[in-house]
Every structure is written in C-alpha cells, then in structure tokens.
Design a protein around this ligand. Sequence first.
Ligand code: NAP
Length: 257
Amino acid sequence: MGGILDGKRILVTGVTMDSSIGFSVARVAQEQGATVLISNFGRALGITRRIAKRLPTEPPVLELDVTDEAHLDGLADAVREHVDGLDGVVHSIAYGNPETILGGKFLDGPWDDVARAVEVSAYSLKALAMACRPLMGPGGSIVGLTFDATIAWPAYDWMGVAKAALESTSRYVARDLGPQGIRCNLVSAGPIKSLAAKAIPGFEDLESMWNDRSPLGWDEKDQEPTAKAICALLSDFFPATTGEIVHVDGGYHAMGA
Ligand code: NAP
C-alpha cells in the first residue's frame, strides 16, 4: 500500500523521548513510506538511541547540536553515510532557560539567556536549512514547529519572542530557497505534554483551557495530529505552499472567546 512519503528520505531533529513531537513525526513518516534519520544532541543522545528502537524501523541516530559549527559542517557527510540525499527536514528544536526567561519572568529576562533562546530556537532553522541544502533538490521540504507568536501568552515569555523570530526566519528561508524548489513551512501546534512543555512553569494552565476553547477539542497528550500535518507538508501534496504557518490546534487560534 502506498504512503504519502513513499521513497522520501527525511531527517527529523529534536527526538529525545517518545513524548517528543519529533518522535511521532518519525513514526508517522515511516508508516507513510519514508526512510527516516533522527538526530539529537549532547547528553540526551543515549536516550535517543534507546527511544529509536521503539519506532517501527530503528532509524540511524545522528549527533547534531544546531549551535555547533562543526556539527553543521559535518551534517551532509553524516547523512550521506545512510542515504544519498534528503527530501525533507524537520526542525523540532527549541530551548529557553526556564529559570530566567520563562514562567512569568519576562521583565527580568537577561539578554544572554534571550540570545541563547533565539539562537537555538530561531536562527537554527536557517543554520539547519543551509547545512541540509547540499542534500536537497526541487521538491524538498523543510518543516518547523511554532507556538502561535502573533499574541502574548501566559508563561511563554521570551520563548514567544524566539518563536516570532522563528516564524519570520521561516519566511526568509522560504524566500531564499524557493528558487531551488525547496519549501519551508511551520506547523503552529497547540500545547503538547513533552519534556520542553513540562519545563515551562505555568504552561499546564494553558493546556486545560485549550480543550475548552477549541471547537474541535484538544488532547495535549496526542502528538499525532501535529505529526500528520508535518508529514503532509513534507509530502508532494503541498507543492505550491511555502512561507506558510498551518495551525494544528483544534481551531483555538480562530476563536475570539
Ligand atoms: P522536546 O521533546 O523537548 O523537543 C525539543 C528538542 O530540542 C529536544 O530534543 C532538545 O534536546 C532539542 N534541542 C535543544 N537544544 C538543542 C540544540 N542546541 N541542538 C539540537 N537540538 C536541541 O519538546 P517538543 O515539545 O517535542 O518540542 C519540539 C518543537 O515543538 C519545539 O520547537 C517546540 O517549541 C515546538 N512546540 C511545542 C509545543 C508543546 O506544547 N510541546 C507546542 C508548539 C510547538 P534535549 O532534550 O536533549 O534538550
């Protein structure tokens, strides 16, 4: 039976636990016929290697710290050890220090920590796109993950600013890689109970009201709707869509109250 990603070679970054959105993306992509590589960085790499065994097919695990020039420079060769190119790249990476710039500390957030958040969460989309560009050709698709940065949220603070930067970065990547036939889009997901979300003090308040206010309802333990939308954007079914942000949030963003 054919899947929408049959024959596609896809790198999924940001897989730490099976609660990672990236883990569900890897699973759905494999179910849809893709050959998947996953990556993570530093101390969590051992966990990623164990978690990789829980996927339908155990994928190669690459080491990639998106702020490490040597890792970025070596990424194309590391990928070529497993596949001869990439059709899709998933950016599922964010970091902000929960002690200093999240959880209601907006007015005191120090620049060094804000800068780190913007580097890891936004600039890295451009860095990853450039590292993967030699592996990609026409029809290639880059997909990242945001949390609606057009408005201010409780607790999200400087990560919201970093996401605004990510959303803008995605449009510029779309502008500059479009002429090569490479698309760049984001999925704006509702709150999901991952490691990253649990680290944000007060984020759980958002989770409970999300289900009440979304016309379709929202299950914060279910990564699959988000993963499916990402796989759709990786597929050939969005051939003329780039610089776009697709909401996968139960419809929350469209409601006034
Ligand atoms: P997650 O499992 O914690 O994934 C975030 C990943 O980023 C982790 O694997 C983390 O690795 C990795 N990372 C951090 N710094 C990195 C670096 N320098 N280089 C490479 N990787 C790095 O949480 P998630 O919720 O699935 O997050 C995935 C994406 O979805 C993020 O962009 C997040 O902002 C976005 N998103 C999440 C939600 C939500 O409610 N969960 C909603 C909308 C959008 P370590 O675990 O080793 O630190």
